[in-house]
Design a protein around this ligand. Sequence first.
Ligand code: WQD
Length: 345
Amino acid sequence: MKKTVLVSGGAGFIGSHVSVELIQAGYDVVVADNLSNCDMTGYEGVCKITGRDDIPFVKTDFCSEEQTEALFSAYKIDAVIHFAAFKAVGESVAKPVMYYKNNLSSFLNVLEAASAHGCHNVLFSSSATVYGEPDKVPVTEESPRKPATSPYGNTKQMCEDILNDTVRATAGTEGEIKGILLRYFNPIGAHPSALIGELPRGIPNNLVPFITQTAIGRRECLSIFGNDYPTPDGTCLRDYIDIVDLAKAHVCAVARMLDGKMDKPCEVFNIGTGRPVSVLELVNSFEKVNHLKLNYKFAPRRDGDVTAIWADPTLANKVLGWKAERSVDETLAAAWAWEKHLAGK
Ligand code: WQD
């Protein structure tokens, strides 16, 4: 029997790519989203890429207990991947209550409904932000979590704890929950079809959308935040991971849960490449692979940025049997193709 995976926030950037990979791997997917931070482009892209016109889309606000409950009543869900959350670091500093309310209540409702409806498998989309400014790089899953530097980061830590506690409390009961936490590093790029990708509203906070919007002429100039960091070229180091690679990690994790292969009832994996790339290197690669010149300047450091963080992905490589495959160049070519698609070019 085909298993059904609920993707909360399934119309968003990561959710849409994960939905595609799940469907292509043979799962039934229910896409649910309240469309608060995206439109139907993501869902429509999923249908086009997979050639399917029968993928359920349910407009659901997971902050509503009733709507979440109704969704779990309407479908027999075998696993849920929870993406539905606000994700802008700066906005979370300005509007903490909104962030805590949204990100915590939606996850609590999902957990409650999953447990009540015999859905035993919950995958939570966490972030490398839980490591804060690491003492040692690369970071392994054993690296300490540091105090969060923003309410957004705090919600990720709190949801990790909530899942851990729920797994512990429900062990051996009818409403047993098993959990996987995937800690993403910096997801970038777009689907090679250029039918789905990132759709930031307003001025992008993240580097790659700012680069592609500058290249297409929507922004005048990219500011590189800080060139005096203690790194080889003075700019920050990150682990940029291709969005399709990242999506495939979810398929491996879901299979591990549904096939009963977990070693522990709550597992954590770093989802990154293990390859540090500086801001300047990323900009240079973008220019080279797409044969263009980017207008950029050096600007002061951005508050809250860590100098360097990248993953040790050994655990995910070994245990999930997953590895990031795409080069930075391939990913930046896909990001540019998506930006051009959006501009109708
Ligand atoms: C990357 C690098 C910037 C924009 C954030 C969240 C994290 C995660 C992903 C989100 C940094 C530099 C950026 C610009 C720049 N989750 N930069 N000019 O900060 O590593 O991670 O996004 O949902 O939780 O914290 O990603 O893309 O913002 O920045 O120089 O205009 O690019 O300083 O070094 P970050 P980012």
